[in-house]
Design a protein around this ligand. Sequence first.
Ligand code: HPA
Length: 272
Amino acid sequence: MSPTNTTLQLIQEKSLPFTPEIGLILGSGLGLLADSLENKIIFPYETLPDFPKSTVAGHSGRLVLGYLNQKPVACLQGRVHPYEGTPPQKIKTLIRTLKLLGCKILIITNATGSLRLEVKPGSLCMVTDHINFQAFNPLVGPNEEEFGPRFFAMDDAYDAVLQNQFRKTAKRLNIKLEEGVYFGTLGPSFETPAEIRAFRILGGDIVGMSTIPDVLVARHCGLRVAALSAITNLAAGLSNEKISHENTLYYGEKTANSMLELIRGFINDYHE
Ligand code: HPA
């Protein structure tokens, strides 16, 4: 049996008949969203075979099942990044577990630097597309046909219907929602000012070190994806403020309330 199936069995022994519809990945400083779920069932990653142990401060590593606005959801609280040297299998297991549990859509949150002076720290930005500059794709290797085809399209990586829904919900709640192209770097270093100027020319609006591997695995197995970004800083060279992980956590937490409100509103408004 594959590690993903063993993990699934373990989770379902404790959670059935609970079936999540929506999966959420919570980025730096956004873990409090999982804390607000009702009727929680919590699985620390270390209790789940082939789940990764997150190594970054602010990423605690728990799968939390429960209800958000009466809708059944599954939260990955804490993710892994390619820069941690995580084996691709673990990234695949995280996302595919959500799929096998029954999720149809995946909402990804992350923290990013802004490449646009007018989009300031503390803003929320919806990802409309991405540029993979990570030189990493977790799907390299033999294709697991049971999850998806060898070659698959990425022209609709960020679901148009979900994007529209987020626009409507943000408007209803009077939350300013920026939109932009996510430029993914490997990290763990932040960028140089010259790199940021180049990424702008290449078409990036925000820059981050996560998300793309998750989107690739999710789209391969047919999950519909939306991604929301907390802007934690202006990218390198665009401001005098020093970029740091502490800053990322600070602005991640500052943005968490409106992110939480937007996601709650989305889940409330969302129907198939
Ligand atoms: N660059 C890369 N990743 C990031 C940044 C950044 O400026 N801010 C938050 N995550």
